[in-house]
Design a protein around this ligand. Structure first.
Ligand code: RRO
Length: 310
């Protein structure tokens, strides 16, 4: 038996370890399950689901960048009906812990999704994605304004009831992330997912045109890790009792530890999965070894360690 208590909590829910998938990088986990049992990681965070099925943006919708990549998927997905009929029962059968990510085009749509998910068994938390960079209308990036962010989280809280933890996923593309974090916590968020991708753009110097059909896209991968560390650190300092699910360029146990020391209670692995489908499983094992090497017996003692004694 390991000498480390590796469990973590988000709101009222406990997870056996703090390594999760990142929304959007492994759909609902079906493809990953051929590489490792999904019960080996703390939770599967599903691709943000919308009310209706959606094909997403035109291709090309991915481009490589230095130490990262741009995506412009545009919320492709089957819609909530098919998701509830197929994806959730499959995940429950796998005995995976599930965090369902939702996205809407309006405040009302978030409310509708929360109501549909309200009494579905087998869900551990809701990630409320208010920060997709690839929407047609920047006014739909609800997380860029404290009032719109508040309206969405209040609508989800009203419709989901008191039981399921709400994790608000925020955008790094704001001047004052602490202000937005405070707004969503006041509105009823139990936790925060930090960070979504940064809005970026690549121009092909041969064709002299944007590489992505959607022109702009979300930047992810190791290039953004220092931004994630800075934001997690600032938000944990301001709200030390609010759990943070950290993500942004984590490709090793050491990278995960960096986000945890900044203040993350769990870490999601996204872009690294494209190069190594076992990334989340490997990172979980690397992190466990590293924490033991550093003398931790309880994972939770490492959360926010970089703040101590400063
Ligand atoms: O689907 C996407 O294009 C997408 C989403 Br919902 C998101 O939250 N972040 C991102 O980089 N891409």
């Amino acid at each position: 038996m390991s000498a480390l208590d590796f469990s973590t909590k988000i709101g009222s829910k406990r997870f056996s370890n703090p390594i999760f998938t990142a929304s959007g990088c492994a759909s609902s986990g079906q493809e990953l399950s051929q590489f490792f049992p999904l019960t080996e990681i703390g939770a599967i965070v599903t691709k943000s689901i919308m009310v209706k099925a959606r094909t997403g943006r035109a291709t090309p919708r991915m481009a490589e960048t230095p130490s990262g990549m741009l995506n412009s998927i545009g919320l492709q997905g089957p819609g909530i009906d098919t998701f509830l009929e197929k994806d959730i029962p499959w995940l429950v059968e796998q005995q995976a812990k599930v965090i369902v990510s939702i996205a809407g085009e309006s405040v009302d749509e978030y409310g509708v999704l929360a109501r549909r998910l309200r009494s579905v068994p087998g869900i551990s938390a809701l990630e409320v994605n208010i920060s997709c960079p690839n929407v047609e209308n920047r006014g739909q990036v609800f997380a860029c304004n404290p009032d719109t962010a508040t309206a969405v989280i209040e609508a989800v809280r009203r419709n989901i009831g008191g039981e399921l933890p709400i994790v608000a996923k925020l955008s790094p593309d704001v001047t004052d992330i602490v202000e937005i974090a405070g707004a969503v916590i006041n509105a009823g968020a139990d936790g925060l997912a930090l960070i979504n991708t940064l809005l970026g753009m690549v121009i092909d110097t041969n064709t002299m045109k944007p590489k992505l059909a959607g022109k702009t896209g979300g930047l992810s991968g190791p290039a953004i890790r220092p931004v994630a560390v800075r934001i997690i650190y600032q938000v944990h300092q301001a709200f030390p009792n609010t759990p943070i699910v950290g993500m942004g360029g984590v490709a090793s146990g050491r990278d995960a530890l960096e986000l945890i020391l900044a203040g993350a209670s769990a870490v999601s692995v996204g872009t690294a999965t494209f190069g190594n489908p076992k990334a989340a499983f490997d990172i979980k094992n690397q992190l466990e070894m590293l924490l033991l090497e550093k003398g931790f017996t309880d994972f939770r003692d490492a959360i926010g360690f970089a703040h101590r004694g400063i």
